[in-house]
Design a protein around this ligand. Sequence first.
Ligand SMILES: [Zn+2]
Length: 249
Amino acid sequence: MGTTSAESLARTTGTAGHHSERTIHAMADDSAEATIERIHCNVCRQRTRHQRLCKTVDTETEELVGPGSIDWVTTQEALQCCGCGMAVLRRTVVCDIDEWNTVQYFPPGVSRHPPSWRRECPTDMRDVLDEVYRSLDANNRRLPMMGARTLIDMLMVDEVGDVGTFTEKLKKLEGLGVISSRNREVLAVALDVGNAAAHRGHAPKADEVNAVMDIVENLLHAVYVLPKMAENLKKTTPPRPRPRKKSTP
Ligand SMILES: [Zn+2]
C-alpha cells in the first residue's frame, strides 16, 4: 500500500469494557500503486477502465468485551470511468473475520436499466416502477417481486376495476381482450412469485427475478405504450392508393 500520507489522524475512544482505536490516512494518488482498474460502469453498461482519484484508509482496532480484539481496515476510493467520466465511490471493509468483509459501491451497480418508455405509464405506476428498479440495484430479491405484483395489480384495477381476486381480475382482463389466454397464465406465474415473496419469505433467484421483470415490462409496454405508438404510426403512414376503377368501353 502507498505510504505517501498527506494527512494522518489518530483518535482513541473508550467506554467501559469497549475500547477502539482509530487511524485515518487520506492519501494523494502519487503512489506507485496502480491507479487504473477495470470495474463496472453504470453509464457505459460494461466493465471499463477507471482512474482512482483519491483514497482514504481508516484502520480501527476494536477491543472485545471478552479477551481479544478485531482489526478493521476501511478503504474508501473515488474512481472515475475513463470512458464516460462518471465517478463512483467504493468502500472496502476488511477485518480478521473473512465473512464480515464487504465491498460496496455508491451508487450501486445498476442491475437492470429502467426502460425509457416508463414515462408513458400512469404517474403512480411509474413511481412504483422506479422504486422496484432502485430496490433491484440494492441487490434485493423479495421487495422488487412484491413491487412487481403491486404493479400488475394496479394495472388490472386501472383496466378492469377492483373486481375481486387476482385470478378474477386476470380472467376479466382476458375477457376484455387486453391479454391473451397465454399471457394470463404467464402473469399468474409472475403474481405467484410476488405472493411467495410477500407471504412465504421466498427469495427468488436472479434469473427468476429478471423473468418476472420481463413479464411486467412487457405488460406495461403492451398496455400503455404500444397503442400510442400504433396511433402515431397510423397518422404518419401515407394511405395505400385506391385501385383505379377500370373504365368500361
Ligand atoms: Zn463509463
